[in-house]
Design a protein around this ligand. Sequence first.
Ligand code: SAH
Length: 206
Amino acid sequence: MKQQLVNYLKKKDYLNINKIIKAFTKVDRAKFLPEKQQAESYEDKPLPIGHDQTISAPHMVAVMTELLEPKKSDKVLELGTGSGYQAAILAEIVDEVITIERVEQLYRESKKKLKNYENIEVVFEDGRQGYSERGPYDKIIITCAIKEINDSLKKQTKEGGIIVAPLDKGRVQTLYKFKREKSGFQKTSKGQVRFVPLKHGKEKES
Ligand code: SAH
């Protein structure tokens, strides 16, 4: 079944890069889903993971991962750990993944699920300003809808680096790839998407 999903993503051209196909084949999406969603693990749709949050549809994870052009030597920052699935996919490909989550319970759960990955650091923080403690990064992936790429996120991106993010423009959200060139950020639109919004502050367990 897992292979069937990978084959589907390849056929639809969502997956083209070999090392990313390998990561998708290796990482089991079911492990990142709550009990109730297990039956739908290998369907190409977003699913609830609690706290009004969702794990993205597999094709969206594929598209964003490919846009990020991940390389072995990369240090990647992810904003919005959620289930931890995207972080695990990236950690199969790159040297280091730092992933930030603002909801304490999601942070705890994903930290547990990702404990065998020595190259992932899960951080419980509001990631709006990125995470300068570990920056600058080769790549930044934002998996919640953000109003704009602020200066501190820009500063934490190395020259030649890439940011992939859904920008929230009111009624619609658009996925963008930003590449940091010497002259500034080159922005390319990758079409309309739907993500949960970025929120402010940390949400502690009660
Ligand atoms: N990448 C995730 C999908 C996450 S959904 C996956 O693979 O499952 C978006 C996540 O962003 C949610 O878990 C939400 O709590 C988190 N989030 C929203 N605003 C945030 C912020 N300011 N800082 C860190 N995480 C945030």
